[in-house]
Write a protein that binds this ligand. Structure first.
Ligand SMILES: Cc1ncc(COP(=O)(O)O)c(C=O)c1O
Length: 379
């Protein structure tokens, strides 16, 4: 392994460049903000409805409900589906704390499924072993812009009369067999946190659904559970999306395909440049064809001597992120359930890392990262 820097020019490569994204769209974003603010359009106005309608169209569902963030989307969806105390909800051990927090917040019990070693997505075989008479819902997570095995999980859920709610926080724009992430379950929960493929100017989220009943419940729940007759039969939440965020997201949604194209280009460069390194396990090759696509929210790989590689890259100015700070769900002390069978997750988390990936990343920056990784492994 290389201990010295052989690259000619040392430079910084950011994991995500928020200011660049704003600056390349400054004219449009500034005009949107000015328009909304000068007209006093702040909450639940036309822009929210327009974004909801365009998002539903994009995902291929009948409805979309804009929310404050994906954590709230998950909590609202579980609440609307009637899940609560006494119920078990199966999700992936490799997810953000939010998925499990939402399950706990409605009073249900989170049960963690192991992941697959190739794509790090929820393993349906593990899910099957965890189903009990108390299982009410499965929340598969479409991580890194890669759709989980949702058709198979959809069938499994139907066979056992279990509900399917998608954590599609990182899934927007990914599809399998022509179906978009967010269009499989009774609810698809999205995040538009600024780092996401469709990023807002702060926190933002949405829920997609084909169920009119879920839609009506979600629309009420996000706004204190007020019904059209002005009554409140059960207390709700304030999980509304700000109007200016909706307007910006509606604009960025028109560019989403461009953003995804860029991410896929970066991913193909990483694939090509790192492919021959035996110590690295890359994400499975891109399944892009007319029916399948990975949106590459993140480029997550496994690397032998990960910690040394991380330190080496950091010293060279490359910003690297460990998913969830390096901890799977059961490695946080807040989790008290069984984790004795999470063999793959445990192994993967010793080696996992994500490389810089954002719309403003330049080819020469990607080449620089590749060059350094190759150098570290002596290639
Ligand atoms: C898989 C997953 N689920 C849920 C969330 C929560 O999203 P938000 O930050 O919008 O609440 C995130 C955010 O990073 C996520 O990656």
């Amino acid at each position: 392994m290389s201990q010295s820097v052989a690259t000619s020019v040392r430079r910084k490569v950011k994991f995500i460049d928020y200011s660049y994204w704003y600056n390349i769209e400054k004219e449009e974003i500034d005009a949107i903000l000015q328009d909304c603010l000068s007209r006093g359009q702040l909450l639940l106005r036309d822009e929210v409805e327009s974004f909801e309608s365009n998002l539903a169209k994009y995902v291929g569902t009948k409805y979309a409900v804009a929310t404050s963030n994906c954590t709230d989307s998950l909590r609202l969806s579980l609440t609307a589906a009637g899940i609560g105390p006494g119920d078990e909800v199966i999700t992936s051990a490799h997810t953000f704390a939010a998925t499990v927090a939402a399950i706990e917040q409605v009073g249900a019990e989170p049960v963690l499924a192991d992941i697959k070693s190739d794509d790090h997505l929820i393993d349906i075989e593990s899910v099957k072993r965890l189903i009990t008479s108390k299982t009410r819902c499965i929340i598969p997570v479409s991580l890194n812009g890669r759709v989980a095995d949702l058709e198979e999980i959809e069938d499994l859920a139907a066979d056992h009369e279990i509900l399917l709610i998608e954590d599609a926080a990182q899934g927007l724009g990914g599809y399998r067999n022509g179906r978009m992430a967010g269009s499989f379950g009774i609810a698809g929960c999205f995040s538009f946190y600024p780092a996401k493929t469709l990023g807002a100017l702060g926190d933002a989220g949405a829920i997609t659904t084909n169920s009119e009943d879920m839609y009506n419940k979600l629309i009420a729940l996000r706004n204190h559970n007020r019904t059209s007759d002005g009554d409140i039969k059960k207390w709700g939440f304030n999980c509304r999306l700000d109007n200016i965020q909706a307007a910006v997201l509606d604009f960025r949604l028109t560019r989403l395909e461009e953003y995804i194209k860029k991410r896929r280009h970066i991913a193909s460069m990483y694939h090509e440049g790192l492919n021959e390194i035996e110590e690295i396990m890359l994400p499975p090759n891109d399944r892009n064809d007319r029916e399948n696509r990975d949106a590459y929210q993140n480029f997550e790989l496994e690397a032998k001597n990960r910690d040394e590689l991380l330190n080496f890259l950091k010293a060279e100015g490359i910003e690297i992120i460990l998913p969830w700070g390096g901890k799977a769900i059961h490695q946080f002390s807040a989790f008290h359930g069984d984790s004795s069978y999470l063999w793959v997750t445990d192994r993967v988390f010793d080696q996992i890392m994500t490389l810089p990936m954002h719309v403003a990343l330049k080819d020469d920056e990607v080449e620089y990262v590749i060059e350094l990784v190759r150098q570290f492994y002596g290639i």
